[in-house]
Design a protein around this ligand. Sequence first.
Ligand SMILES: Nc1ncnc2c1ncn2[C@@H]1O[C@H](COP(=O)(O)OP(=O)(O)OP(=O)(O)O)[C@@H](O)[C@H]1O
Length: 253
Amino acid sequence: MSEYILDVTDVDKHFGGLRALSDINLRVKEGTVHAIIGPNGAGKSTLLNVIVGRLAPNRGRVLLGDEVLTGKNPYEINQLGVARVFQTPEIFPELSLLQNVMVPALAKRDGEFNLSFLKSLFSEREIRDQAEHMLEDVGLIEHKDHLAGSMSRGDKRRLELAMCLSQRPKLFLLDEPTAGMSRHDTNRTIDLLKRIKERGMTKVIIEHDMHVVFSLADRISVLAQGAIIAEGTPEEVRNNPKVKEAYLGGETV
Ligand SMILES: Nc1ncnc2c1ncn2[C@@H]1O[C@H](COP(=O)(O)OP(=O)(O)OP(=O)(O)O)[C@@H](O)[C@H]1O
């Protein structure tokens, strides 16, 4: 068994003549938080899209533990234990918060097993209990019967986190989880993500907000113009001259 839960090797991704990713190597240890940072257009979202199977790389390979993800579709990759929250929350606006959190867990169950009717009813109660627990965790339990579409943007993002957590993913990918949130909501989300970390869930997080990155990350990879220019602990990355250079325009790391 590999010591890395995520192992990205020699990945290239081109869009026509544009090399959005070149020669990407990224290894993430189980139970850690790995941040990917870099200026706009560096290739961060493209890399996440390659990992989750939304984009096929032109070269290279992605492994989850010993399982090859390259060539599998997003649904198959999700079933193997990779969950992702998007920049724009993907929720079911016409369902209640509780129903939203139950959907991914039910889909996972139905994908994995062929349960008898009785067993399925029993398991549904478990899924409901678990969904309530997740809503409690993200601070939304008092709204569990409200329609998801009626919630604020920050609440929708926390709801999406709960939906992903209910799948108990092996690897959790977060694309700018605090984008558009107030400082108060951002701090609540950092606290939530820290609590998840204590449970040993591996996370890869793309984030522009350096307060979030330095609060959470064990290691950081820095992307610039499609290549990884630095990798290390937050302190190592903060002091790396190449990183300072990549953030020309006054943005400090
Ligand atoms: N589907 C696509 N077709 C063509 N070019 C694309 C496509 N997706 C991304 N690109 C280009 O690839 C490069 C990397 O984009 P990407 O969105 O991965 O960067 P990013 O680091 O996530 O940026 P941001 O921080 O602004 O979200 C950019 O030049 C972008 O214009």
